[in-house]
Design a protein around this ligand. Structure first.
Ligand code: SF4
Length: 383
């Protein structure tokens, strides 16, 4: 059974035409273009919302609850094949097979660090690769997931920036990374995944809609049912999108890769700061706190000769006063060219004592998985 013309037209028109090669007969009769393309292109069923799935089944003369059943197979049970949907009739499964595909990721390569960290090279349905990381500690296992193939931004200290952005990840591709890491957590550490951070490849706020859709599937009871309080979206600081997140009343946490509270220095290491300067970022963060009452985490690396002076700490302290916040001082992991070097312990100690003297919570985060290039800033598809 094929689904009717209207449904296909509504959902597949753009995708169908963008992937189709014209022949002479197609030019003569546009209907042939559409009819032929319908034969060759199948839509990823996970691009449909639950409501669209329900409407689809109604359009087929079936009951709308069939849409709920299929949705549950896709997002709660993680089915990758229609034939696995055992409470759906054979005919219906065949009809789904005829009309849709279930695109899904494959863990192409898995590396384990001496400290237990696992890095996955994840193959997407079109052959592109992204990386995701499982970080185990005594109390929790955390998934660090990617949101883009490459990155739209150009932070000088980050290996991913060398890859350039090739495309955004779809919600299901983000979701699948979490499911894969949850399985690894159960297999290797005997416990389910407890936390998720969007700190892998890409700037999540440059793929805002898909990141939010993925988080919706991860947190909804019909999906993985995880608490949004266990999710942190880490951004390099896109003011407009931080405001939008606040207005959308998201329930997850926010971390900002700050690294300097002085415009000139921040622009030299994160060039997009020239477009989104600290004054705009500060205003967006004030808006975030006013709306969500969620404190902000500033991710901060101290580099030798870049941001290791008293003046740098004083600027950070001033920045922290605008909205309740804490500072994570992150150990830096060198990338190939070695242009950036972690500052010495004296500089780190100066940061800690000055921040604490100003009642700002500060933690020092040791990076994990350095031996397999899985630590912060090292993800660059080298495995
Ligand atoms: S640090 Fe984040 S935002 Fe900056 S280039 Fe790397 S992945 Fe992109």
């Amino acid at each position: 059974m094929k689904f009717n013309f209207n449904f296909e037209f509504n959902f597949n028109f753009n995708q169908t035409f963008s992937n189709y090669t014209l022949t002479l007969s197609h030019i003569v009769n546009p209907f042939i273009i559409f009819a032929s393309a319908m034969e060759t292109i199948k839509k990823d069923i996970r691009a449909l919302s639950k409501e669209q799935l329900r409407e689809f089944f109604v359009s087929q003369g079936d009951k709308d609850f069939r849409g709920n059943q299929v949705y549950e197979w896709l997002w709660n049970k993680g089915a990758h094949k229609f034939e696995d949907m055992t409470n759906i009739s054979k005919e219906t499964r065949q009809m789904l097979e005829d009309n849709f595909v279930i695109n899904h990721i494959e863990v192409d390569q898995m590396q384990r660090s001496n400290d237990g960290t696992i890095k996955n090279a994840v193959r997407l349905h079109d052959g592109l690769i992204v990386e995701s990381v499982l970080i185990p500690t005594k109390k929790r296992t955390t998934a660090c997931v990617s949101s883009q193939v490459g990155c739209s931004l150009d932070c000088k200290f980050c290996a991913t920036s060398r890859l350039k952005r090739m495309r955004n990840l779809n919600p299901d591709e983000i979701f699948d990374q979490v499911v894969a890491i949850d399985k690894q957590s159960r297999l290797y550490f005997n416990k389910p995944l407890t936390n998720i951070v969007f700190m892998g490849m890409g700037e999540p706020l440059m793929n805002y809609n898909n990141v939010l859709k993925a988080i919706d599937k991860i947190t909804s009871p019909e999906g993985l049912g995880m608490s949004p309080k266990r999710i942190v979206v880490s951004t390099s600081g896109v003011p407009k999108m931080i405001k939008k997140m606040a207005d959308d009343e998201v329930k997850f946490g926010l971390a900002v890769s700050l690294h300097s509270a002085i415009d000139e220095i921040r622009t030299s290491i994160m060039p997009f700061n020239a477009t989104f300067p600290l004054a705009d970022l500060r205003e967006a963060l004030e808006h975030w706190y006013a709306k969500t009452k969620n404190l902000i985490t500033y991710e901060y690396v101290v580099w030798d000769g870049i941001n290791d002076t008293k003046k740098d700490v004083e600027a950070l302290i001033e920045f922290c006063k605008f909205a309740p916040s804490k500072v994570n001082l992150i150990e830096y992991n060198p990338i190939d060219d070695g242009e950036f070097r972690q500052a010495d312990n004296a500089a780190i100690d100066m940061y800690i004592s000055m921040l604490e003297a100003n009642n700002i919570t500060v933690t020092v985060r040791r990076s994990r998985g350095k031996d397999i290039d899985a630590a912060c800033g090292q993800l660059a598809n080298k495995s």
